[in-house]
Write a protein of this length. Structure first.
Ligand code: ZN
Length: 342
């Protein structure tokens, strides 16, 4: 099969790799229908040291079950499925708590002999625990929005859940990337009254308005905080979808005392303002890596009936052979989120 492999910063190649086969009885082989490039794929794309072996890329995919291992009960060849961005057994103590991201037996695509999602097929461990069957055909117009459940939409939802966003809240979403825009969808879906989107890329913030943002703030830093305070008087909840120290400072500056900040952006800093100032203000800091598997079935009906359409974050499609161009276009910020068709 053909699949995308990263050999170092800026060096993604599409090459022939062995066809995936069932290894464990709980595996399934999924023939990919649609995959995509994640904002988090851009971190290694910008900084990965050169290697001879390469790393299979991609952790968001949707496809058709081609073969199921002997112990797979809930899936059969021909089923259309979406994969959360990590695999999990869905039976251990963490999974039982809805924290599939911490699964005792779970892992990541592209590591430990498991294929990446940006390829023609993937061996999925713990297929019953990982994959969610979809009640549509592979050529459905809903495929992009269903693919978004793999990561960006379930991650945005995780921000709204952990921040405790509810009816009547004022919410700030920091970041106009695909996760930030999906966090806007999630906050609107949970009844937030005011949703301020902090971002400066106009095409993206326009999409954010269509998703439910009531205000857009393009200023950054102290200027941005002042503008948010002027608009709202301070917000109850913040979903921080960037991961920089500046984004955290914006969140702390905009949130009301007693408020909650949920972090979705992987922190690019080690030190933070967690001392007496935040303590005296009773700020709750929450968030983290999303247990996507816990949310897919919950959000699925809203995608199927068109209540939410997170697939609108995909603004360009690439054939698998042009995956390197998809990385380049996203790294250059020409493309918000690239969909890849095997
Ligand atoms: Zn588990």
């Amino acid at each position: 099969m053909r699949a995308a492999v990263m050999y170092g910063a800026g060096d993604v190649r599409v090459e022939h790799r062995p066809d995936p086969k069932i290894v464990d009885r709980t595996d399934a082989v999924v023939r990919t229908v649609a995959a995509c490039v994640c904002g988090s794929d851009l971190w290694p794309y910008g900084s990965m040291p050169a290697t001879d072996t390469g790393r299979p890329m991609g952790h968001e995919f949707l496809g058709v079950v081609e073969e199921a291992g002997a112990d797979v009960r809930g899936l059969k060849p021909g089923d259309l499925v979406v994969a959360p961005f990590t695999y999990s057994d869905n039976t251990c103590d963490y999974c039982a708590k809805g924290l599939q991201i911490s699964c005792r037996n779970g892992g990541r695509y592209g590591f430990d002999g498991v294929d990446g999602g940006q390829g023609e097929a993937v061996r999925v461990p713990f297929a019953d625990g990982t994959l969610v069957k979809l009640p549509v055909a592979a050529d459905s117009a809903l495929v992009p929005s269903l693919l978004a459940l793999s990561d960006v939409m379930t991650t945005g939802h995780h921000g709204a859940v952990t921040a405790g966003v509810g009816r009547g809240d004022s919410v700030l979403v920091v970041g106009d990337g695909a996760v930030g825009l999906c966090a806007v969808i999630a906050a609107a879906r949970r009844g937030a009254e005011r949703i301020v989107l902090a971002g400066r890329h106009e095409a993206r913030t326009d999409l954010g308005r269509r998703f439910g943002a009531t205000d857009v703030v393009a200023e950054r830093g102290e200027e941005g905080v002042a503008r948010i305070r002027e608009l709202t008087g301070g917000v109850d909840k913040v979903i921080e979808a960037v991961g920089t120290r500046q984004a955290l400072d914006t969140a702390l500056g905009a949130v009301l005392d007693g408020g909650t900040i949920s972090r979705l952006g992987v922190p690019q800093y080690e030190q933070g303002p967690l001392g007496p100032a935040a303590f005296m203000r009773n700020i709750t800091l929450t968030g983290g890596a999303s247990p996507a598997r816990a949310y897919i079935e919950h959000l699925l009906p809203d995608v199927l009936d068109g209540t939410i359409a997170p697939g609108r974050v995909f603004d360009r499609e690439f054939p698998l052979d042009r995956t390197p161009d998809a990385y380049r276009a996203m790294a250059d910020r020409e493309v918000l989120k690239a969909l890849v068709h095997p």
